[in-house]
Design a protein around this ligand. Structure first.
Ligand code: SF4
Length: 356
């Protein structure tokens, strides 16, 4: 087992993918590591790359990000989901400017004080950007460790996590920690995949208990199937002279602070004009169906039934405001609301169930 880190590092140096946050020689820019690690939480590399590039083009430094408006930060995160990550990143940038002279700190202790930075992200920044001896356990590394050590228990429990972090500390090499940690993550992403791990080309196969016992498909223990309730919503795209009525979501909770068309719980299959009137304060006419948008999250599923109509009079309730259609794109919106905006402006496919 002693030569496992050397094997991981050697394999990584031969097979590493060229990703935009890894460019150049030596350690990558710590801001790029912070940004990419937050973007990569719950999100695939291929999805993150274009977002990362657009983000650093607009906010090239921590200072530029700290000085940016929250709405613009959210707009550059728009479509990536889990928007609290963007808010945390923005707050972290402000904190880094105020307390660390705009330089990302290199100690685990200081990194852990930043909003949105937990044990894994702190370890990733300290090791990848500064070469510090810090262990990491993310989803990919967890899978590799569980298989290598043949751990049959549930790795998601507190006990399972403690065991994995202990293992990560014990196996941490004295040098080349950045390459070792990157290699473990890359191995989990590219070789030791959740389904059908490519054991035949795995550089650490001879150290792997799961492989030795033919248990690589049972380890780690699969997550228990969760019931995911369906939440149904009506979305009303109320138009008047080329402007739409939109509202900002509350500052806490799902899609916090993002903008949306008037959205209410669906009470039956189809809304009628009076319920739109009650919800908006505006009397409407010419109601027509735009389409169904489905949006699946880990814990629940949303079904948005989108409707277009024209305002005929009245004053919108507080919190609703008219925005010209060409200005809509400057208001950060969730992925399903963006699809609905496209439907409302005739830029997307007509009705039918669309999945975001
Ligand atoms: Fe994963 Fe297979 Fe390598 Fe074991 S041998 S670490 S199961 S890819």
């Amino acid at each position: 087992m002693n030569d496992l880190p050397r094997m991981v590092v050697g394999w990584y140096l031969r097979h590493r993918r060229d990703l935009p946050w890894r460019v150049g020689k030596g350690y990558p820019d710590a801001y790029h590591v912070l940004l990419s690690e937050l973007m990569l939480q719950q999100t695939q590399v291929a999805t993150v790359v274009p977002y990362f590039l657009r983000f650093v083009e607009r906010f090239p430094t921590i200072k530029a990000l700290a000085e940016g408006q929250e709405a613009e930060v959210l707009r550059h995160w728009q479509g990536l989901g889990y928007y609290s990550r963007a808010r945390h990143l923005h707050s972290a940038a402000k904190q880094i400017v105020q307390r660390h002279a705009a330089c990302v700190p290199d100690s685990l202790h200081e990194l852990l004080q930043l909003p949105g930075v937990g044990r894994y992200t702190a370890g990733a920044i300290a090791s990848l950007a500064f070469g510090r001896r810090a262990p990491i356990v993310d989803g990919n590394v967890q899978r590799v460790f569980c298989r290598v050590a043949g751990l049959r228990g549930d790795p998601r429990t507190k006990r399972g996590q403690e065991r994995l972090w202990r293992l990560a500390e014990q196996m941490l090499p004295e040098e080349n920690v950045a390459e070792y940690n990157s290699g473990l993550m890359e191995l989990g992403a590219e070789v030791c995949t959740p389904k059908n791990p490519a054991c035949s080309i795995c550089p650490i196969q001879r150290h792997c208990r799961a492989f030795e016992r033919g248990q690589q498909h049972q380890i780690p223990r699969p997550r228990k199937a969760m019931s995911r309730p369906i939440e149904k919503r009506w979305v009303f795209c109320i138009e008047r002279h080329g402007a739409f009525l939109i509202q900002q979501r509350p500052p806490k909770g799902r899609w916090a602070g993002l903008w949306q068309f008037l959205t209410v719980p669906a009470r039956s299959k189809e809304p009628d004009l009076s319920c739109i009137n009650d919800a908006s304060g505006v009397s409407v006419r010419a109601l027509r169906a735009l389409g169904e948008i489905r949006h699946d999250l880990t814990h629940r599923r949303y079904e948005f039934s989108a409707w277009a109509c024209r305002a005929a009079g009245g004053t919108p309730h507080a919190g609703l405001c008219w925005v010209a259609s060409e200005q809509l794109r400057t208001f950060p919106m969730s992925k399903p609301q963006l699809r609905i905006a496209e439907l409302a402006m005739g830029q997307a496919s007509p009705p039918g169930a669309l999945r975001t």
